[in-house]
Design a protein around this ligand. Structure first.
Ligand code: HEM
Length: 321
């Protein structure tokens, strides 16, 4: 079985946000490919000639925006709630309200940013988590135990994951925090100084752009012992509901990532299904490159097979003995 987190997550979010499914018979434009081209050139040398990453980035953005604009126009001519009340429907309703601050341009930008922010980030985090778990059997063991214990505590073994069960995933939460700390998916956060800021003998003048670099904190040995080690247990007793001076994988302050909790739920549900239903082995790829964001240039290939009842029960017996 082949899992493509990037494709899987884009398809899921595109369906929920704009009810989009790529159909090559209907359109030659693939929305996901345009977003991928946009993301690849997001931090690139700004040379706008055909063939460069920057040029592809600009083209990806304008093609994706055109697709979203066409969708918006088509929806305007349709009766309401044609799309089962997806997110785009709600935005359109807001757009129609009198006195709204939303304009068509803001609405389109909003849809663009949500699609952009919600798929590459989580797909990278999930891929990286699988890679880390593969290399750290002790972590995988404790994670699997947490999830199998959830299954065992159910009255009905076939019932679906509940919010209460999600809130009980304490070790999973640590695995997720440790994964995003090491992943540093967003290598820089931008701010503007609103007044002169004095720091370590220097002054950042008013109006200057400041780039905060989360990896500099996340990989700092004075903040994290053995910072390059994947050690979810380091989060024991640490309450992480938002950002802190030492943890800014999701940014911080006024612009704190709106998708933080969604990401955590999505990752936890994915890991729950993965470790309870499947086993896997790495079969290829897995090289990590920072460009400067995290990327897997040759993917990360795993062979996944379904866990048999027998193997689940033997894990249970091992635990009990
Ligand atoms: C592993 C997953 C993710 C990571 C590491 C991540 C990281 C970040 C970071 C560092 C910022 C910048 C915050 C700042 O400037 O302080 C940000 C902003 C944002 N993120 Fe995420 N994000 C993730 C997932 C998501 C998801 C799933 C969504 C959407 C559902 C999302 C939506 C946004 C939006 C809309 C902003 C802009 C917030 C604003 O400027 O007010 N993110 N994210």
């Amino acid at each position: 079985m082949i899992i493509w987190p990037l494709q899987m997550i884009f398809d899921l979010t595109a369906k929920k946000l704009i009810s989009y499914t790529y159909d090559p018979a209907k359109s030659s434009e693939n929305l996901r490919e345009n977003f991928v081209a946009f993301i690849r050139g997001l931090i690139s040398f700004p040379l706008n000639i055909p063939g460069t990453a920057y040029n592809k980035c600009l083209e990806g953005r304008s093609k994706a925006m055109k697709m979203l604009k066409d969708m918006l126009e088509k929806r305007r001519t349709m009766p309401e709630k044609q799309h089962g009340g997806d997110f785009f429907d709600h935005v359109l309703q807001e757009l129609k309200k009198e006195g709204t601050i939303l304009t068509e341009a803001i609405a389109l930008d909003l849809m663009f940013v949500l699609l952009f922010a919600s798929f590459e980030t989580t797909s990278l985090a999930i891929t990286f988590a699988i890679k880390l778990l593969t290399a750290h059997p002790q972590v995988l063991k404790e994670l699997t135990e947490e999830h199998e214990a959830i299954l065992r505590s159910r009255d009905n073994p076939n019932s679906k994951l509940t919010w209460k069960e999600y809130k009980s995933m304490t070790f999973t939460n640590k695995v997720i925090s440790e994964t995003v700390r090491l992943a540093n998916i967003v290598p820089g956060i931008f701010r503007k100084s609103l007044r002169d800021i004095k720091i370590k003998g220097y002054t950042i003048p008013t109006g200057w752009a400041v780039m905060v670099c989360p990896p500099a904190v996340h990989l700092n040995p004075s903040k994290y012992e053995d910072p390059l080690a994947f050690n979810p247990w380091r989060w024991k007793g640490v309450e992480l509901n938002g950002a802190s001076k030492h943890f800014m994988a999701f940014g911080g302050g006024m612009r704190f990532c709106v998708g933080t909790d969604f990401t955590k739920v999505q990752m936890a549900v994915f890991l729950h299904c993965l470790v309870t239903k499947y086993r896997w082995e790495a079969v290829g790829g897995g090289d990590l490159v920072r460009t400067p964001g995290l990327s897997f240039p040759n993917g990360y290939h795993i062979k996944v097979s379904e866990k048999t009842r027998g193997t689940q029960e033997s894990t249970k017996k091992m635990e009990e003995s």
